[in-house]
Design a protein around this ligand. Structure first.
Ligand code: UDP
Ligand code: MG
Length: 349
């Protein structure tokens, strides 16, 4: 039997585009000619997204599963929630806004059939605003230099992960992470393929500049301590330079005598280094903050409900994973739309 496919789609306030997504996604998956499931995660949307997902679940219950998060947990946490509820041998992540064409899924499946356990993608012609593309280029370069992760186009979320990688990811308990990079660290045969990219079909990007910066910090701090080493090296350099400066000043004091010139230059320099100091403190703080979040061990996301049909057992794959809450039908509840109020460690608020 050919490998089964799980398609994972995080949804956050996407009511405007969901209908178009369903219309293209399901035919593309039916055309694959293999068993599949779509796992939608509603990431605490405030619009009608959850209701639309429920309707879609009712239309195609045999291949649809909907995980409803109680609150917004962020795209990457939403994907992790879906990973825990996926059963396919191949797990493919996709954005809900149709920027990643669902028709491309076939290419990823083909690559995995040929033995790749991690399929990265490169957006052939990226359709995003100019500053996003420029920022991505910069961050790609910084990440290449500072981490072991070799991904050409880190921003593209259309990616394929083999079950073995998803199982490994499911065992991770990181509170802030970047799923494509995390998956890459477990990959044995990663490949990259080119895919097309489109403009957002409807609605607006959910990422403000602030959220993008946070996400990139997650990526940097989660996979590298080079920023800390960089701070140390800048510190050493500054210390050496100031030492030399003090020596020069002392010599001048002896040779030229007392002089007041250059006081303001000194102010400028001092303020500059106060800036450097604050940035360094911030870098250290980024790590400390994440350590703090991690040690508190609060639930990473809270699941409000899971819509799934009894017997949507498409493969036993998920059963191998101790963290994956495999569907266990409750004896009193019958068939479809079983609302499994499943609570992550802390339970819902
Ligand atoms: N998303 C999410 N939770 C969030 C932010 C985004 O689940 O907190 C989803 C969103 O619905 C979309 C995907 O993540 O399916 C990518 O988001 P978006 O298209 O806004 O990002 P961009 O393409 O601008 O990078
Ligand atoms: Mg998008």
């Amino acid at each position: 039997m050919s490998a089964t496919v799980s398609v994972i789609i995080p949804v956050y306030n996407e009511e405007a585009g969901l209908a178009a997504l369903f219309e293209r996604l399901y035919p593309a998956l039916d055309a694959l000619g293999r068993r599949y499931e779509v796992v939608f995660v509603d990431d605490g949307s405030r619009d009608r997204s959850a209701a639309l997902l429920r309707e879609q679940f009712e239309r195609r219950p045999e291949v649809t599963r909907v995980v409803l998060l109680a609150r917004n947990a962020g795209q990457h946490m939403a994907i992790l929630a879906a990973f825990a509820h996926s059963r396919g041998d191949y797990v493919i992540t996709l954005d809900a806004d149709l920027q990643n064409p669902p028709e491309e899924i076939a290419k990823l499946v083909a690559a995995m059939d040929q033995g790749a356990d991690y399929v990265g993608t490169i957006r052939a012609r990226r359709h995003d605003v100019y500053w996003r593309k420029a920022a991505s280029r910069l961050m790609n370069r910084v990440r290449e230099r500072t981490t072991q992760i070799r991904i050409t186009d880190q921003g593209c979320m259309l990616r394929g992960y083999h079950r073995s990688i998803v199982d490994a990811i499911n065992r991770c308990v990181e509170v802030s992470t970047y799923v494509p990079a995390l998956g890459y660290t477990f990959a044995r045969h990663p490949v990259e393929i080119e895919v097309t990219h489109a403009e957002r079909a409807a609605g607006e990007s959910k990422y403000s500049i602030y959220r993008l910066i946070r996400l990139n910090f997650d990526l940097m701090t989660g996979f590298s301590v080079v920023p800390l080493q960089f701070v140390t090296m800048v510190g050493m350099l500054v210390a050496l330079l100031s030492l030399a400066f003090v020596v020069v000043l002392a010599v001048r004091r002896l040779v030229v005598g007392p002089e007041v010139k250059g006081v303001f230059t000194l102010f400028g320099l001092a303020f500059f280094f106060i800036g450097v100091l604050l940035v360094s403190l911030g870098v250290v703080g980024e790590y400390v903050g994440r350590i703090y979040e991690q040690v508190r061990q609060r639930p990473r996301y809270t699941i409000g409900a899971v819509l799934e049909e009894r017997g949507i057992q498409m493969s036993e794959a998920g059963a191998r994973d101790p963290l994956s809450p495999l569907f266990k039908p409750h004896p009193e509840l019958d068939h479809t739309e079983m609302l499994r109020a499943e609570h992550e460690v802390g339970g819902p608020k």
